[in-house]
Design a protein around this ligand. Structure first.
Ligand code: FAD
Length: 461
């Protein structure tokens, strides 16, 4: 059944997801489509785009969670926003099924053209106990929870006489040594160090941060010698970096590690905190569509970003970003395809929007071509690593490049100003290292007041 409150009488361009791809495409085409009598509709469960490169800083309290988002309604005034999740698409019939957030029955949305920008989800493996103890780093909610949790663990440890409990509370494990994992562990360690310095019952040496990486090196995006330098810097900060190591069991937070080569035991440790950043996979929703999907679950597109199957172009369907296998015409990329990152997603979105408008005017389409300009990563305050036009840079300069790049790359001037203002204020007053307790049980205070609070159980991330 169609939902009558949505535009029914106008040709619709349906955008699945309001992330980098969805937000950028809508921004570029909304006015033109509206003026031509059509409607651009974004369906996303979140009312905002998430600027994911800021999540490690949110987890470390260097940035407010909301500042890492760009509100869709505020910035896409000529776009119809639908708070829901697309659960299936029948492109042959040009309909998508939408599941509204929270309440309401699923309904069908018809469209004329579709843009697939559903991104990726955290890719985990069936490791015993993992889903009970671990958390990802893909959403603002995860990042905010990690911040509060780490600070709460520090507070808890400072009041625990039991040495094993204290060590467990202060052991923080990050699995995955890609950009997201390295930024997360570095930023968190930086915050934890500051929190411990403000707590005279603990010492910085009590903190135990552990990075577990299955490959023989970290950060495949930067040259090997720079990656080795980053490992050396992390180790100098007291972070334990375990390469060629994998997590075999996480039951009840008792982690069993193994060597990647011969699968022999590589140690055991107890922790309350496991953050999983070991990769992403294209949105599983794509499996519920009639689009051509490759072996990695991504929708197949040509270099002009039209969905393309074995029998050629599928009219009226476009895709880009993490949910698409976009050919990398520079000859780089993995397996001939662009790697899933924001640098590509935001640029592909611009090409997609231009091509979509060009196709309506019968003009020729352009192929997506982008030579990577470099990468930047923040590793805590005044620490960073960058690889720019073949040159590798570390330390405060790389950190400033990271902030300058991301501070201006977040869409809209309004967000840039908010982000810069937060950074400036934190530089002057220092970052806030107190946790907002019970964020996930906000009714607890009321329940305690009315004597209906549940019995205290062991805290869990
Ligand atoms: C911690 C972290 C740090 C990163 N740092 C960097 C960095 O420094 N540099 C860089 O280049 N890249 C970085 N990336 C990668 C980058 O964020 C992604 O490549 C980029 O977000 C991909 O854009 P996208 O539009 O394809 O997907 P997304 O931005 O993920 O957007 C997808 C959108 O689709 C919505 N959605 C999903 N499923 C559905 C559905 N079924 N129905 C409707 N909507 C749906 C989601 O809610 C989301 O809003 C980082 C990623 C992470 C997690």
């Amino acid at each position: 059944m169609a939902f009558t409150k949505l535009a029914q009488d106008r040709p619709r361009i349906l955008i699945v997801g309001g992330g980098y791809v969805g937000f950028t495409v809508a921004q570029k085409i909304q006015k033109v489509i509206k003026d031509a009598g059509g409607v651009v509709t974004i369906v996303d469960p979140n009312p905002y785009m998430t600027y994911q490169p800021f999540l490690p800083e949110v987890a470390a309290g260097s940035m407010e969670g909301r500042n890492a988002t760009v509100p869709l309604r505020q910035h896409l005034r000529d776009t119809e926003i639908v708070g829901g999740r697309i659960v299936s698409i029948n492109h042959a019939a040009k309909t998508a099924v939408v599941e509204p957030i929270n309440a309401g029955e699923t309904f069908e949305l018809s469209y004329d053209e579709i843009v697939l920008g559903a991104g990726a989800v955290t890719r985990a493996f069936p490791i015993p106990g993992l889903s009970d103890v671990a958390i990802g780093m893909k959403t603002v909610e995860e990042a905010v929870s990690v911040r509060n949790w780490v600070l709460e663990r520090i507070e808890t440890a400072s009041l625990t006489a039991d040495e094993a409990e204290r060590r467990r509370a202060l052991t923080f494990v990050i699995v995955g040594g890609g950009f997201a994992g390295i930024e997360t562990i570095s930023e968190l360690e930086d915050m934890a160090r500051e929190a411990v310095r403000r707590n005279n019952r603990l010492r910085v040496s009590d903190l135990h941060f552990v990075l577990v990486e299955a490959a023989p090196r970290i950060m495949p995006e930067v040259p090997a010698d720079r990656a080795e330098k980053v490992v050396a810097e992390l180790r100098a900060r007291g972070i334990e970096v375990l390469l060629n190591t994998s997590l075999a069991d996480a039951t009840d937070g008792h982690l069993q590690l193994i060597n990647m080569g011969d699968k022999s035991p590589a140690g055991e440790l107890d922790t309350d905190t496991v953050i999983w950043t070991a990769g992403v996979a294209a949105s599983p929703m794509l499996k519920e569509t009639d689009f051509p999907i490759d072996e990695r679950g991504r929708v197949r597109v040509g270099a002009d970003l039209r969905v393309t199957g074995d029998n050629g172009v599928i009219e009226g369907a476009w895709a880009a970003g993490d949910n698409a296998a976009v050919p990398d015409l520079t000859g780089g990329g993995v397996g001939g395809f662009c790697v899933p990152n924001a640098q590509h997603a935001s640029r592909q979105a611009v090409t997609l929007a231009n091509n979509l408008l060009a196709s309506r005017n019968g003009e020729s389409l352009k192929d997506y071509y982008h030579e990577t300009i470099g990468v930047v990563a923040g590793l805590g305050l005044w620490k960073g690593v960058a690889n720019f036009k073949g040159k590798t840079i570390g330390g405060p300069l790389a950190w400033m490049m990271h902030r300058a790049y991301h501070g201006t790359a977040i869409p809209t001037t309004e967000r840039t100003v908010r982000v810069m203002a937060t950074w400036a204020l934190n530089q002057v007053f220092g970052r806030d290292t107190s946790s907002v307790r019970h964020q996930r049980s906000p009714r607890l205070a009321f329940q305690q007041a009315t004597g209906t609070a549940p019995e205290k159980s062991k805290a869990k991330l």
